[in-house]
Design a protein. Structure first.
Length: 359
């Protein structure tokens, strides 16, 4: 697993600051220059303050954008230059309690938008940055302002925003329209039956609110990635959900059918929720066939390739972020490995897929 937090040393009286690790000698005031290298210790100089990083090689952090926190003596890797999987955690607050949630909500919110804005300004050219939570739109005004300012400075950036779709209002239409070419909204829908969706997200009335939000987004021409985690509770309804999406949300950019992540509430509820799609792909196959017949895009996220019948493997994306991705010992000789998403770091073989077969 790639650590997103590095042990750091810095004058503890300094305020937190954002810097980019210079690739080479740089005149950019935002860049930190390497001035000292010892085994397991690097020293950097920056206008915000000097600092050290432990247990990392210069090449591993070159071009990365760090938030150095002198009080905690930690450097957060907000953007890893070599990765396509950079996400800002906007908040840990949420107004839903989803049964499979990988990031269970916390009541406290720490406003990090100023740091995120500084980091976005230093991102590699053309970067797509993920914005997640919790529920980012609980802080909608600050979020919209952050996106607007970021794009004002860097119109090469795009954002992929995960939201539960509970907080859009009619007044948001002009803003959504104005920024639609730069934003992809990842929005979960677990069933077309309101009571089933509401039960899975732990919030009465959530489906109705979601439906209104999706209508607004359709009006705005927003790009939508519908997301459905497949579980024992909703797998039998997948074909019905596919039919619903193709009839009522045909403007969605794609529909991602996802496997569970065994962490957070997902770990707590694993035994009653995990659906072993390696043993039974019938419902998934029917749902995919229906989407394809209606000419709507569909994808499989977090499915190891050998758990998917060959005819459907082309839908399986390498979706697991590199920092939390792993492969099993059995994968070492597999010819599909370079195309396979593998497993989450916290996946456990003894309670996971029954059919893992190197190809
Ligand atoms: S054996 Fe491993 S690498 Fe090969 S398809 Fe299965 S999960 Fe992927």
């Amino acid at each position: 697993m790639i650590s997103l937090r590095l042990k750091s040393e810095c004058d503890p009286s300094l305020a937190p600051f954002v810097v980019r690790i210079a690739n080479e000698v740089s005149q950019d005031a935002s860049d930190a220059q390497l001035i000292m290298e010892e085994p397991n210790l690097l020293g950097f100089q920056s206008v915000c303050g000097d600092f050290h990083l432990h247990n990392v090689a210069p090449a591993d952090v070159a071009g990365d954008v760090l938030l150095v926190d002198p009080r905690r003596q930690i450097a957060h890797r907000l953007i890893r230059a070599a990765s396509q999987h950079n996400t800002f955690l906007i908040t840990e607050q949420c107004d839903q309690l989803c049964v499979m949630c990988s990031q269970p909500p916390k009541p406290h919110h720490e406003d990090m938008f100023a740091h995120f804005l500084a980091a976005a300004r230093l991102a590699p050219v053309g970067a797509r940055i993920g914005l997640s939570g919790g529920e980012p739109l609980l802080h909608k005004k600050q979020l919209f302002d952050f996106i607007e300012e970021s794009l004002g400075d860097r119109d090469d950036l795009t954002f992929h925003i995960l939201t539960n779709g509970q907080h859009f209002e009619h007044d948001d239409l002009p803003w959504l329209r104005a920024h639609r070419s730069k934003l992809l909204w990842g929005i979960p829908i677990y069933s077309e039956i309101p009571s089933v969706h509401d039960d899975l997200v732990g919030k009465s009335g959530a489906f109705d609110k979601l439906s209104n939000s999706l209508s607004l987004m359709g009006l705005a021409g927003a790009a939508i990635e519908l997301r459905t985690v497949v579980m024992t509770q909703n797998v039998a309804g997948l074909a019905g959900l596919a039919d619903f999406i193709s009839r009522h949300i045909p403007f969605a950019t794609t529909w991602a059918i996802m496997q569970m992540e065994r962490i957070g509430y997902g770990r707590m509820n694993w035994d009653r929720c995990f659906f072993d799609s390696s043993a039974d792909f019938n419902e998934l196959g029917t749902a995919i066939d229906l989407m394809q017949a209606r000419n709507q895009d569909v994808a499989l996220y977090n499915f190891p390739l050998c758990t998917v019948p060959p005819a459907y493997r082309r839908y399986a994306a390498r979706s697991i972020s590199d920092w939390k991705q792993k492969y099993l010992p059995a994968c070492a000789e597999c010819q599909l490995r370079s195309d396979c998403t593998g497993f989450f770091e916290w996946y456990r073989e003894d309670s996971g897929f029954t059919e893992i077969r190197p190809q």
